[in-house]
Design a protein around this ligand. Structure first.
Ligand code: SF4
Length: 288
């Protein structure tokens, strides 16, 4: 099988959520508009990833995790970095991002407490300080993954290295846990793809994955089995046929609940007319 067009973990996740959504996204890859929720989600990504990166540097260099001044200084540096980036990317949403800072500070302090508690527990179990810190703080952040074999490429948020292998993690900023629940198949598919790619790239087994919900600091863990990987690899073949075929039908039966949480619903149900350039893109792609 020749995989002649590269797909991303997100595209395969879309495909398993709804083939029609995948088809739209393939034909209109650049049709998305920045929204307040996208801006907040990306802002929170930057904040949590920077916090993890700076915390690891601080902890491993000082071996002191209880310095309040150091934590406050770290959080200030995190905000400075994320705001600077967002001013360039989302200047129109800066008011919302500024409003997010108070609860973000609260959440980072709470996350820091949680990480310190786990660190203490691991040290009591016999790990050295460095071993414990390296287990609970990411081994890699924002890592590009690529498989030539399956022609899939994407960027995983964080990877943790434990004695049982790697754990791939995605950070989500869903407001509602129900929304996360409805998107579960999409989230898990994305993680399974990361697991396949990370295993190939680093030669280390990946049997566990997790989603970190930045709004309430909840971590949802998944086991990644061979069956999961085979299902996703089968989807990698099916998705390519769908990509070059006609628009798939709408979801039916109990699966229609996914339409309520679908960002392409207006387009799919004809509530929004395609812009000329979007329509042109679909026609050109369909003829190709
Ligand atoms: S609205 Fe429903 S059928 Fe349409 S793309 Fe979204 S999930 Fe698929």
């Amino acid at each position: 099988m020749i995989y002649n067009h590269h797909l991303t973990p997100t595209a395969l996740a879309n495909f398993r959520y709804c083939p029609r959504l995948f088809w739209y996204n393939q034909k209109m890859q650049f049709g998305g508009e920045a929204s307040k929720n996208i801006a907040i989600g990306n802002f929170e990504h930057e904040v949590f990833e920077k916090y993890l990166e700076l915390t690891k540097i601080d902890w491993l260099s000082t071996k002191n995790v209880n310095d309040e001044n150091s934590l406050n200084e770290r959080i200030s540096r995190v905000f400075e970095f994320a705001i600077k980036l967002s001013k360039i990317r989302y200047p129109q949403f800066m008011d919302y991002l500024q409003d997010d800072l108070a609860t973000l500070r609260y959440r980072l302090c709470e996350l820091d407490r949680q990480k310190k508690n786990i660190l203490d527990t691991l040290i009591k179990k016999g790990l050295t300080f460095d071993e414990a810190a390296n287990t609970i703080l990411p081994w890699k952040i924002e890592t590009f993954l690529y498989s030539q074999k399956y022609n899939i490429k994407g960027r995983v948020d964080t990877i943790y290295k434990t004695k049982n292998g790697l754990i791939v993690e995605d950070i989500k900023s869903h407001e509602s846990r129900l929304d996360g629940f409805i998107h579960k198949i999409e989230h898990k598919t994305q993680l399974v793809v990361y697991a396949i790619l990370a295993e190939q790239q680093f030669g280390i087994p990946v049997k566990n994955a997790q989603i970190f919900y930045s709004r309430d600091l909840y971590t949802e863990s998944f086991k990644i089995t061979s069956k999961d990987k085979n299902q996703v690899l089968a989807a990698n073949l099916e998705a390519r046929n769908t990509r070059s075929g006609d628009k798939p039908p709408k979801l039916e039966g109990e699966e229609t609940v996914r339409c309520e949480c679908c960002y392409k619903k207006d387009l799919c149900f004809g509530f929004r007319n395609l812009k000329d350039d979007e329509y042109g893109e679909i026609v050109l792609e369909a003829k190709a």
